[in-house]
Design a protein around this ligand. Structure first.
Ligand SMILES: Nc1nc2c(ncn2[C@@H]2O[C@H](COP(=O)(O)OP(=O)(O)OP(=O)(O)O)[C@@H](O)[C@H]2O)c(=O)[nH]1
Ligand SMILES: [Mg+2]
Length: 273
């Protein structure tokens, strides 16, 4: 991790704008808590990725939340490329100040440069691939810091470093850790998988029980998450010796279905304040 941080610091010196990738389902929990200190005054574009899995109405509220705080933000789906078209123009606009300052000091104008940062599994690689699409032209003569790193030219002459910066999520708050586990940002083995699934069941029961009830044909959602896992195990035929419901396998099954959007479009972090 120390090496990754050092590399990130080196790469940040090469760019004008940072694209901060967040998970649209957990815009707070997927944020690196030290991001402001890491980036300093560097212009930043917030991208709420996986917007296809998040509640669209809540995503709009999140975009407004960032906008009020003076941070440009967009929502995208990197699996289809939806929303990505705006990125080069926004990077160009956000780079303008720095490039103009260089020009006013007698330097030649140059292409705006950006890089992507985000926590593990937030979709950095897919986002870069979707952004680059088939228009990839590598500007080979000016490599990044690491061997093998390249700049990729996007629309409007914007250059993107092909290697994203990996940030670390915050684990010490249990709620945040559970949200990271539910969405797949941290390995569920860090936790007891049944605890994670039971927490998700509790959250869904409170906020949007319908898809859960319909998908697993539940007449009601029992009070305890583990009872729900037992019912899911029965519905899906996940039984152990003697026909005992296998709640461990039910937990894994539920998390997989949730992550694939089978339980509806759900946002676990609400904007407030
Ligand atoms: N539904 C959906 N899935 C996405 C989206 N973006 C990424 N994914 C999925 O999320 C998972 C992680 O994507 P990656 O691009 O590998 O994430 P990453 O940030 O590069 O992950 P690391 O390299 O491990 O840090 C993959 O299964 C992707 O298919 C999105 O916008 N929508
Ligand atoms: Mg990756």
């Amino acid at each position: 991790m120390a090496r990754a941080r050092r590399l990130l610091r080196e790469n940040l010196k090469l760019v004008d704008v940072v694209i901060e990738l967040l998970d649209a389902r957990i815009p707070v929990s997927s944020r690196n808590p030290q991001i402001a200190a890491i980036l300093g005054h560097m212009p930043r574009l917030v991208v709420l990725n996986k917007a296809d899995l998040a509640d669209g109405a809540v995503t709009l509220r999140w975009l407004e939340w960032f906008s009020i705080r003076g941070t440009p933000a967009i929502a995208v789906d990197s699996t289809t490329g939806k929303g990505l078209g705006e990125v080069p123009l926004l990077v160009e606009e956000l780079s303008n100040g720095k490039i103009q300052a260089l020009v006013s000091r007698g330097r030649r104008p140059r292409s705006p440069r950006c890089m992507v940062v985000g926590i593990p599994n937030v979709g950095k690689s897919l986002f870069i691939n979707a952004l680059v699409g088939r228009r990839v032209t590598r500007t080979g003569n000016r490599p990044g810091v690491t061997r093998g790193q390249q700049w990729i030219r996007l629309a409007r002459g914007v250059e993107l470093l092909d290697t994203p910066g990996v940030l670390w999520p915050k684990f010490d708050d249990r709620q945040i850790a559970l949200k990271l586990a539910v969405t797949g940002a941290i390995k569920e083995e860090v936790f007891d998988v049944e605890d994670v699934a039971a927490w998700l069941v509790g959250w869904l029961k409170e906020h949007c029980p319908r898809p859960l009830m319909e998908r697993y044909r539940l007449e009601e959602v029992p009070a305890h998450g583990r009872q729900v896992l037992e019912l899911i195990a029965r519905r899906r035929g996940l039984l152990g010796a003697g026909g005992v419901p296998d709640t461990g396998r039910a937990a894994i099954h539920l998390l997989k279905e949730f992550r694939a959007g089978k339980l509806g479009r759900v946002t676990l972090d609400e904007p407030c304040g």
